[in-house]
Design a binder for this molecule. Structure first.
Ligand code: TXA
Ligand code: MG
Length: 310
């Protein structure tokens, strides 16, 4: 059910959960002041309680209310990327943010999202937590229809159309005086290096039981279809996830991710294509993994690998 911004603000203030757009993906929003609504988010998504949530605020100034001291580099990162698709995980002042949001951790995640509707929502209702608006493990939602498929046609959605970025924010974690990437995302390691002056450590490509971001422990972003990752597409396959600038065997069903010249467009369409596989009941799909290993492609590759992990 599509709702107006005024209704969304009122519902958040009343302790209800609504879905709202950001520049990355849609989120399930609840006020940080309403623990019952936050519990409801975990239940709706079937999200493990040990996976913490990002607090979304209107300006970097507001983050100061939660911290005694900001880690070195916070200011330049906030200045360079906020509002925008970067999440910063920092030590917080005791008692400043409910433990359920942080999953009991001493650090908490903050982001200033860049979308007029989400900014209006935060300005009207105060800071909100907002995990991606999908069932845990499924691809994130990049348009209202995805939210309605996962949570039902009656679920309240603030309609902002299709999300500009299409994959989630990059999560940077302040650790031992440096910033490490906990989750790859819409901001690239190269962009971060340019601002910090050093290259941030990347997350383990292997699934470990102690990742910097608890969320990285779980299978993610996954369609029901089995994804076969290929350096070159074999002849004997039916459905291909590939690129508009390559030719594939004419007998195959081709799902176009976008052009090799435009990783931004590929990121924007990735979850839509994953979801289409399910809508069409496709059981196996072969993904053309022959693309660069730099910039946004690194995040795209990570998402595809996570989606393919069984
Ligand atoms: O782009 C985004 O970040 C979207 C939009 C809606 O803002 N939100 C989003 O939230 O992707 P979610 O909950 O789906 O993913 C948050 C990630 C998880 O991997 C979680 O483990 C990590 O951030 N995270 C949150 N708080 C953390 C903390 N205190 N320490 C380490 N990782 C944290
Ligand atoms: Mg998520």
């Amino acid at each position: 059910m599509r709702i107006s911004i005024d209704t969304a603000i009122q519902m958040i203030k009343d302790g209800e959960v609504v879905a709202a757009p950001t520049e990355t993906v849609y989120g399930l929003a609840a006020s940080i002041e309403h623990p019952k609504a936050i519990e409801q988010i975990f239940a709706l998504k079937k999200r493990p309680a040990n996976n913490p949530l990002i607090t979304h605020v209107a300006t970097s100034q507001e983050v100061r209310d939660f911290a005694d001291e900001l880690p070195r580099g916070f200011e330049v990162l906030a200045e360079a990327f906020w509002p925008g698709p970067l999440t910063l995980v920092i030590p917080i002042k005791e008692g400043s943010l409910s433990s359920i949001i942080r999953a009991g951790l001493p650090k908490a995640a903050f982001r200033v999202p860049d979308h007029p509707l989400i900014q209006a929502l935060i300005n009207g209702a105060g800071p909100i937590v907002m995990p991606s608006a999908n069932l845990s493990g499924k691809p994130s939602s990049t348009k209202p229809e995805h939210v309605e498929l996962d949570f039902g046609a009656e679920f309240p959605v603030l309609d902002g159309g299709i999300c500009e970025k299409g994959i989630e924010s990059t999560v940077l974690i302040a650790e031992e005086g440096v910033w490490k990437i906990g989750r790859l995302g819409s901001i690239t390691a190269e962009q971060i290096e340019e601002v910090l002056g050093y290259s941030p450590e990347l997350p383990d490509s292997e699934v470990t039981d102690k990742p910097l971001c608890p969320g990285q422990m779980y299978r993610h972003y996954a369609p029901k279809a089995r994804l076969h990752l290929c350096g070159s597409i074999p002849d004997q396959c039916s459905v291909v996830l590939g690129f508009s600038d390559r030719t594939y065997h004419p007998a195959k069903v081709i799902k176009v991710l976008g052009s090799l010249d435009d990783p931004g467009a590929v990121a924007k369409s990735l979850y839509q294509v994953f979801r289409e596989l399910d809508e069409e009941g496709i059981i196996d799909a072969w993904v053309d993994m022959d693309f660069p290993n730099t910039g946004l492609w690194v995040s795209i590759r990570e998402r595809i690998k996570k989606a393919a992990a069984q």
